[in-house]
Design a protein around this ligand. Structure first.
Ligand SMILES: Cc1cc2nc3c(=O)[nH]c(=O)nc-3n(C[C@H](O)[C@H](O)[C@H](O)COP(=O)(O)O)c2cc1C
Length: 203
């Protein structure tokens, strides 16, 4: 078992993975850690869809690639940098993982029933799922696995495709896609631009 501090400080986004499969027991352990997160109003309205084989996984990868390109275009980067991204993805295998866990929330599961609470409950559900994802990521460190949070699959037109690929109805919203696998190469935690003192205030 890892000390919590070690897991927190060793976690870093991993974008390149070995082709080695991830054991089913480890995937289950990740989700068991995830659902220990706080969940607003005790809703537990999260769903972890594990993509690990065949066509659906390939289609999800293509959607991630589409999302990354849309993101880079929105940032306004040069054609040269876009080419570099494509090379990294299609030639060097960036984001190619043996497993992807797509995390959804079911908006039909409600505690506060009035429509005036729609936005608030949506926000709380996303926040709860994000906390679950962090648990999953820290557990992954302990299990020798690497993860990265993919948010670009929420870009316009892409999220719906991911939801359909997961076989889910309209009430499900995507929170994030998490590639999971054994890291290729060393995992080096990235420096923060700001210190704890920079981002805190005592009142
Ligand atoms: C909500 C969210 C969305 C993210 N989306 C992406 C993404 O689409 N693609 C990607 O490569 N990294 C994504 N990241 C990872 C961040 O780029 C990364 O966490 C940040 O650069 C800090 O690096 P570190 O995780 O290694 O400390 C996302 C992170 C968060 C929290």
């Amino acid at each position: 078992m890892l000390e919590l501090d070690e897991a927190i400080n060793r976690r870093a986004s991993v974008r390149y993975f070995k082709p080695k499969e991830v054991e089913d027991e480890k995937i289950l352990e990740l989700v068991k850690a995830a659902i220990r997160a706080p969940t607003a109003s005790g809703l537990e309205n999260w769903l972890f869809v594990v993509f690990r084989s065949g066509d659906a996984k390939e289609k999800l990868y293509e959607l991630m690639a589409k999302g990354m390109e849309a993101y880079y275009s929105a940032v306004g980067i040069s054609g040269e940098k876009l080419e570099k991204l494509r090379r990294r993805m299609y030639e060097e295998g960036m984001y190619r993982a043996p497993v992807y866990i797509a995390v959804f929330i079911d908006r039909n599961v409600r505690f506060l029933k009035g429509s005036e609470y729609d936005d608030l409950e949506y926000l709380w559900s996303v926040e709860s799922a994000a906390m679950a994802i962090q648990n999953l990521m820290l557990k992954a460190v302990e299990l020798g696995l690497g993860t990265v949070y993919i948010g670009v699959t929420n870009m316009n037109g892409i999220e719906d495709e991911v939801r359909k690929l997961a076989g889910l109805g309209d009430s499900y919203s995507l929170v994030g896609v998490i590639p999971v696998g054994y890291p290729k190469g060393d995992v080096k935690p990235r420096k923060r631009k700001k210190s704890a003192e920079d981002v805190m205030r005592f009142v």
